[in-house]
Design a protein around this ligand. Structure first.
Ligand code: SAH
Length: 510
């Protein structure tokens, strides 16, 4: 029989994936099973090995949700199979999430367990709304209460007498439905109706929403906005500091929902930049990189690399794919020989430099004639052997233009882009339900595949506020082919250029 595995109750943090602890990340990376709650950021699941079994606890509003008893039984059963089980819970596992009960069940069953604390929404959500829970000039304590209580999940009544009497900041979790009852009760018990109050919803994430008012006004404001969980309420003078400290919501792209359509393996740089600028990023990769249908040409090219005068890379995907195959055959980078290297565009060149390969020639633009021209300015390519390492379906202009200059060209497919239809993070569902402010495209193929999946003109009909952002003329052409016009096109055709164009467009609007 297997040795019993350990169950780790891991705090996933309040929503922003960056707020998971290093210990939590380490455990996720070696989990065999991950059982996660609805409020957990799905991005974190990507840390788990691809072979890990991912089990959603499900939403309590649907019938498919697992009961507490089922969760406990599942953790115990998986551990007894000898597996490393991560039970991933929102915020801190021991704050209002029944983590204590889960640990008790494990202790009773004599299953080894450990608990990894998490950043609780109690501190994190007010923080990201510009509210320090304590401040020397305002208060020196805070109290946390919840609208729900008890194992049955039934709603309890606030002990209003007690809450009204306690000095300091008050944080109320899960109490949205009872907000009117709560605020009226506190005023009736002597608290000033002018006491500042803020509600923070989806705190720390790009979808954060906050409302402020007073004990007298907040319930009406919240009802008007029809706020739904997850949200918490902060009551106290510290709420006033929001005016000065709300850096999070003042970032330039805050409140903008931006769709990133790049392949997942390439999306991180762009998504991270947008998130840092405050955007609510929906990462919906519509393409993924797959091996070419026929690997023989690449295999042959690898065997006669020394016969080439030039290797030409036109994209970072080409670089990654080529070297993946190269290192399957060779152990030593020197096996690439004395061949010269050309990279089209700064991104491609940077990828090669990461591999400690210097680029001899870097044509800026991905246009066949212009690339050929920069070759001819560098040296005569007549009778030189050039190996193009590109996508399976690629523009014939480039080999033609090089052949016109007398070069002998091998056009070698290293990868192909295929449609991505998975929705690993649930962002495609969010796009269909809530729309977006910007949909960004970084290549013609992202446009085509996004359209195949969402019907772009129909989506824009449904969400007319959504605008299209294009990285450059080739991408814009693909958008125009659908009878649509991009609202912006990047001046420099890089992620940085596209980000700058978005910032400019948003700056203009304000
Ligand atoms: N263990 C969690 C709390 C679980 S109870 C923690 O430590 O944060 C769930 C409640 O927490 C929600 O109803 C809401 O009141 C609050 N909450 C969780 N995440 C939140 C967030 N990102 N923003 C605001 N409130 C949040």
């Amino acid at each position: 029989m297997n040795k019993t595995g350990t169950v780790y109750l891991v705090g996933a943090g309040p929503g922003d994936a960056g707020l998971l602890t290093l210990r939590g990340a380490e455990l996720l990376r070696r989990a065999d099973v991950v059982i996660y709650d609805v409020l957990v950021n799905p991005e974190l699941l990507r840390l788990a090995p691809t072979t890990a079994e991912l089990i959603s606890r499900g939403s309590r509003t649907t019938d498919t949700a697992l009961s507490q008893e089922q969760i406990n039984a599942l953790m115990i059963a998986k551990a007894r199979e000898g597996k490393c089980v991560v039970r991933l819970k929102g915020g801190d596992p021991y704050v209002f999430g029944r983590g204590g009960e889960e640990a008790e069940a494990l202790a009773d069953a004599r299953v080894p367990f450990a608990v990894v604390p998490g950043v609780s929404s109690i501190v994190a959500a007010p923080n990201c709304a510009g509210i320090p829970l304590t401040h020397r000039e305002h208060c020196s304590s805070f109290t946390v209460v919840t609208g729900h209580e008890g194992a049955s999940g039934e709603e309890s009544h606030f002990d209003l007498d007690q809450i009204a009497r306690i000095p300091g900041t008050k944080v109320i979790l899960m109490g949205l439905k009872k907000l009117g009852e709560l605020t009226e009760g506190l005023i009736a018990r002597g608290m000033s109706p002018e006491t500042p109050v803020a509600i923070v919803r989806w705190g720390t994430t790009g979808r954060q929403q906050s409302v402020d008012g007073t004990l007298g006004t907040i319930a009406r404001l919240a009802a008007r906005l029809d706020l739904t969980p997850p949200a918490l309420t902060v009551i106290g003078d510290v709420v006033k500091l929001r005016k000065k400290l709300n850096w999070f919501e003042r970032r330039p792209l805050f409140g903008q929902r931006v769709v990133v359509t790049r392949a997942h393996t390439q999306a991180a740089e762009f998504s991270n930049r947008l998130t840092e600028l405050g955007a609510d990023v929906l990462e919906i990769p519509c393409i993924k990189i797959a091996p070419p249908a026929n690997l023989h040409p690449l295999g042959d090219a690898l065997l006669e690399l020394n016969a080439y005068d030039w290797l030409v890379f036109t994209s970072t995907n080409g670089v990654t794919a080529f070297f993946d195959y190269f290192y399957k055959g060779f152990k030593d980078t020197r096996d690439i020989g004395g061949v010269r290297i050309a990279a089209v565009g700064p991104g491609t060149a940077a990828k090669l430099r990461e591999l400690h390969l210097q680029v001899d020639l870097m044509p800026e633009e991905a246009i066949g004639k212009k690339i050929a021209k920069s070759f001819s300015q560098y040296e005569s390519i007549e009778n030189l052997k050039i190996c193009l390492l590109r996508a399976q379906v690629a523009n014939p202009d480039l080999p033609q233009a090089l052949e016109e200059l007398g070069a002998i060209v091998d056009d070698i497919p290293c990868y192909q882009t295929v449609a991505e239809t998975e929705d690993a993070n649930g962002d495609a569902v969010r796009l269909r339900a809530e729309g977006a402010d910007w949909i960004t495209f970084t290549s013609g193929s992202t446009v085509e595949h996004f359209h195949a999946r969402f019907d772009l003109p129909m989506l824009l009909g449904q969400f007319p506020q959504a605008r299209l952002a294009s990285i450059g003329p080739e991408t814009s052409k693909a958008i125009e082919a659908l009878g649509l016009t991009p609202a912006i096109e990047a001046k420099t055709h890089t992620i940085e250029g596209l980000t700058a164009a978005l910032l400019k467009a948003e700056g203009k609007k304000k």
